[in-house]
Design a protein around this ligand. Structure first.
Ligand code: AMP
Ligand code: GLY
Length: 416
């Protein structure tokens, strides 16, 4: 079998790691991949949004399955183009990927089908938006209505902050020319509920919790994620059943009814509020860094799962290990704002933890930083405390002049 994975981050490294564990012994390609992925796959220099390039390569190499990791490729219709060319592709169509690419689409869908989420209104006019914020009061949440790599959300505690966010998004078009969704502020622990979805059928994965803020104690700016662990003890079996039955399944059904059936990974970013579990956002793909703590717990053959989802074939069972995983992101100093690249990394050999590469490159046999988030160190244990201790010990062994990390990953579960 020939498998091509699109993307270049830790998520794709974890997907490829799971594919490499399959007894099928597939030949794996990655486009464009990274220095860590290169240990398991042949990296080819094609951009993750280059639809034509990917289709052409897949034909040339007789690829049996393409797995599209990042949202950008999905949003430009990579799965549609591959499917049209007769190549099996795991991931939603461009139309179904709107559930992530357009917050307005997602919110309207949830409203229409009574899926629990924060109250909201959509604006493209600055003055009207500001008037609404004044009426509703703070705290209030302002979201840019497009893809902004996890950085288009402002939790405004004061009217001044809200006003600044509206100016950035609607007057100065900081992320591009799109409207904003203004949302009611919700409070409570968050968790990531990813499900394999073949349109009709929804298969839950083990849940995880991301840490979005840059610094310890959940301080500082929002990032793509600074660490994660799985499972999440504060989320009960009842919470999960509720989330599956009242959020994930109805959303998949709603997508079918709307004529945009969702195939791939439907990711619910959920919050356990005092009035029940509610949707913060949907993503149309595996989460990053969640995937890197969830897939190491997968015991079933991921290639079978991907193929069954693509072919809409019923899956009997998906097996997960009872181990607990916890991972720590090493990010470039300055991330998520300005940061420099090209710093040498040593100490990666002989660690017990899995080290997923998020943004690295190799030159003359040495590793260098090549992104905002650089490495993700994931350890397994019987308990969360054990996994954390192992992950921290290995993180400390990695040497680089320009990386920082949080030492408090898992704190919401460990410091109760
Ligand atoms: P999103 O990109 O929509 O997931 O938002 C990023 C982060 O902002 C979420 O993970 C939450 O921590 C926070 N957030 C988003 N929406 C809300 C909301 N309505 N109330 C409180 N916090 C929110
Ligand atoms: N970790 C959040 C995301 O993948 O969107």
């Amino acid at each position: 079998m020939n498998i091509l994975v699109i993307g270049s981050g830790g998520r794709e490294h974890a997907i490829i790691d799971a594919i490499a564990r399959s007894p099928k012994n597939a030949k794996i390609y990655a486009a464009p991949g990274n220095a860590g992925i290169a240990q398991l796959a042949e990296c080819v220099n094609i951009k993750d949004t280059d639809v034509e390039g990917v289709v052409e390569f897949a034909k040339k190499k007789a690829i049996d399955l393409v797995v599209v990791g990042p949202e950008a490729g999905l949003a430009v219709g990579m799965v549609d183009a591959l499917t049209e060319a007769g190549i099996k592709a795991f991931g939603p169509t461009k139309a179904a990927a709107q559930i992530e690419a357009s917050k307005e689409f997602a919110k309207d869908l949830m409203k229409k089908y009574n899926i629990p989420t924060a109250g909201y209104a959509v604006f493209d006019d600055y003055a009207k938006a500001l008037e609404y914020v004044k009426k509703e009061g703070c705290p209030i949440v302002i979201k840019y209505d497009g893809l902004a790599a996890g950085k288009g959300v402002v939790i405004a505690m004061t009217l001044e902050e809200a006003d600044q966010a509206l100016k950035d998004m609607l007057v100065d078009d900081k992320f591009g020319d799109a409207s904003v969704v203004i949302e009611e502020f919700l409070d409570g622990p968050e968790f990531s509920f990813m499900c394999f979805c073949d349109g009709e059928r929804v298969y839950p994965m083990e849940i995880s919790q991301d840490h979005k803020r840059a610094y310890e104690g959940d301080k500082g700016p929002n990032t793509g994620g600074m660490g994660a662990y799985s499972p999440v003890p504060i989320i009960t079996k009842e919470d999960l059943e509720y989330s599956y039955n009242n959020i994930m399944v109805p959303t998949a059904k709603a997508m079918v009814k709307e004529g945009v059936p969702f195939k791939g990974v439907l990711y619910g970013g959920l919050m356990k509020t005092k009035s029940g579990v509610k949707v913060i956002e949907f993503n149309s793909r595996f989460g990053d860094p969640e995937t890197e703590v969830v897939l190491p717990r997968l015991e079933s053959d991921i290639i079978d799962i991907f193929l069954d989802i693509v072919d809409s074939k019923k899956i009997e069972e998906i097996k997960w290990s009872k181990d607990v995983t916890l991972g720590i992101v090493l990010a470039s100093k300055g991330y998520p704002l300005d940061y420099k690249k090209g710093f040498k990394i040593t100490g990666l050999d002989g660690l017990d933890s899995k080290v997923f590469h998020m943004g690295t490159k190799m030159e003359n046999g040495e590793y260098f930083t090549n992104g905002g988030r650089v490495l993700f160190v994931v350890a397994k244990g019987k308990t969360l405390a054990e996994a954390k201790e192992k992950a921290l010990a290995d993180t400390e062994k990695i040497k680089c002049d320009n990386l920082f990390y949080r030492r408090d990953i898992g704190h919401r579960a460990l410091n109760k």
